[in-house]
Design a protein around this ligand. Structure first.
Ligand SMILES: Nc1ncnc2c1ncn2[C@@H]1O[C@H](COP(=O)(O)OP(=O)(O)OP(=O)(O)O)[C@@H](O)[C@H]1O
Length: 227
């Protein structure tokens, strides 16, 4: 199976080049010959039935899951040439169910900035409040206990936590799957605003909603069902 990349031949320098990627599950290929490029500023949708390997594809792009064939190049360097913490700051994978620490929303945001792998960038409440404004949240959200957050609020927190690290590429794994329509629109607005603030920012967005992919991506790759 092979994907046709309609952006092939584009004069834009690609941020991400995926060539003939393959992933085995036991003695079968989950997917193979997956090839695509993500240009600076591009939004690429990923669709496919449950179990076709969308999450594993995103995870493999940042070395969280093994690759059995092919190569991934980010900003001109193969994955194995990257310092992995640095790669994962530049290209952040946002998982479906975010892992959070106990405490408040702000504890979670601050903890990430204090991690060595984030280069000791200082935590900035002003920066976070600016991001939160887009989704109608203020300082009261920062004081909330994580234990009392809804599924949607946990997703919002995970997104804000990623955005404050200032990535170039976001790998979004069904980021609104657990959200009501209003919060879904807020998340979409947040991502759009983030992307438009700097033209090189790009994202891959996995979704089961064709409408959402039409709103949020320039084009879509569909993973085929394993035969
Ligand atoms: N770490 C792993 N090792 C081996 N197999 C895995 C692993 N993680 C997931 N799988 C299997 O790989 C297949 C693809 O899983 P994946 O979560 O990538 O699918 P998906 O397309 O994202 O599904 P959904 O739309 O339901 O989220 C599934 O059959 C799953 O059971």
């Amino acid at each position: 199976m092979e994907f046709h990349d309609p952006w092939e031949g584009s004069t834009l320098t690609p941020l991400l080049v995926v060539e003939n990627l393959g992933r085995r599950l036991g003695d079968r290929w989950l997917w193979q010959q997956v090839s695509f490029e993500l240009a600076a500023g591009e939004a690429l949708g990923i669709s496919g039935a449950s179990g076709t390997g969308k999450s594993l594809l995103l995870r493999s792009l940042v070395g969280l899951d093994p690759i059995d064939a092919g190569s991934v190049m980010f900003q001109g360097r193969f994955l194995k040439q990257w310092d992995i913490p640095r790669l994962r700051r530049s290209m952040i994978y946002l998982m479906q169910t975010p892992g959070l620490i106990e405490g408040t929303v702000e504890d979670n945001l601050r903890a990430v900035m204090e991690l060595r792998s984030n280069g000791h960038s200082p935590y900035s409440r002003d920066r976070v409040l600016e991001i939160l404004q887009t989704c109608n949240r203020d300082a009261a959200f920062l004081r909330q206990s994580v234990a009392r957050l809804s599924g949607g609020e946990r997703q919002l927190l995970a997104l804000v936590r990623a955005l404050q690290i200032d990535p170039i590429v976001l790998l979004l794994d069904e980021p609104t799957a657990a959200l009501d329509p209003d919060t879904t629109r807020q998340v979409e607005a947040l991502i759009s605003q983030w992307q438009q603030q700097q033209p090189q920012r790009s994202y891959l967005w996995v979704s089961h909603s064709a409408d959402q992919l039409q709103r949020m991506s320039h084009r879509t790759l569909t993973l085929p069902i394993l035969s």
